[in-house]
Design a binder for this molecule. Sequence first.
Ligand SMILES: C[S@@+](CC[C@H](N)C(=O)[O-])C[C@H]1O[C@@H](n2cnc3c(N)ncnc32)[C@H](O)[C@@H]1O
Length: 226
Amino acid sequence: MKKGVFGSGRLLCYLSRIVPLRLKKVKVDDKRSIKLFLYKKQFKLQYGRVLYSDGTEYFPFKMAFSKMKTRLSESENVLVLGAGIGSVGMMLHDKFPAKQWQMHFVDISRPILETCSSVMDFFPNVKGEYTQADAVAFIQKAPGKRYDLVCIDVFEEDKVPDEILSEGFLHGVKNVLKEQSAVVMNMMFENDTQKQRFEQILTDEFRVFDRLEKEQNSIYILPAKS
Ligand SMILES: C[S@@+](CC[C@H](N)C(=O)[O-])C[C@H]1O[C@@H](n2cnc3c(N)ncnc32)[C@H](O)[C@@H]1O
């Protein structure tokens, strides 16, 4: 870690092995703030009661990426809908330190996006582009670009906005894909009916997908095989 916006790097790194260090706090409303921590060499982002990003240990994408090594090695342009502080970027940086990643981070929250950009400065092989936008509106506007990998991780605390589960959104995602692109979606459902409905849409739009499960999270990899 280098000296920079967060102060003297070496000292912070050392202290963070022992206790979680709070590097930043931004109040977003009466009840909630976003808090950036460094703990055991990992950047973590807490929003209200929920841990949004967990360094390279962020389990939904850690699980998915462990199954996609070849596909990741062939990827370069990545779209992240729901940026957090870029755990996805940290993991790709870690897995392929010799690669240059072009990552487009989209998030509805300006303070989160600004924090993401400062944290990504510590990961020199990630070249970030940052867009403050609602993920659904971003996809509907059709950015005109196509990506090798699309990571969808949009949560309002522990809830996935309804529009992310909709046919319109999933159909729109196809417009930013190349023939060999992969999509990873981290989801949580309110009940089985919602999950079944969502999987029916996936089946209609993508035909084939892998599903991984841990705790309340369902992680989808589409298309499962090229
Ligand atoms: C679990 S965090 C994402 C963690 C991130 N993928 C990472 O790798 O660290 C969920 C993110 O979704 C964002 N979010 C919530 N609603 C959104 C929306 N409608 N459009 C875009 N981003 C949204 C939140 O601000 C938050 O940063």
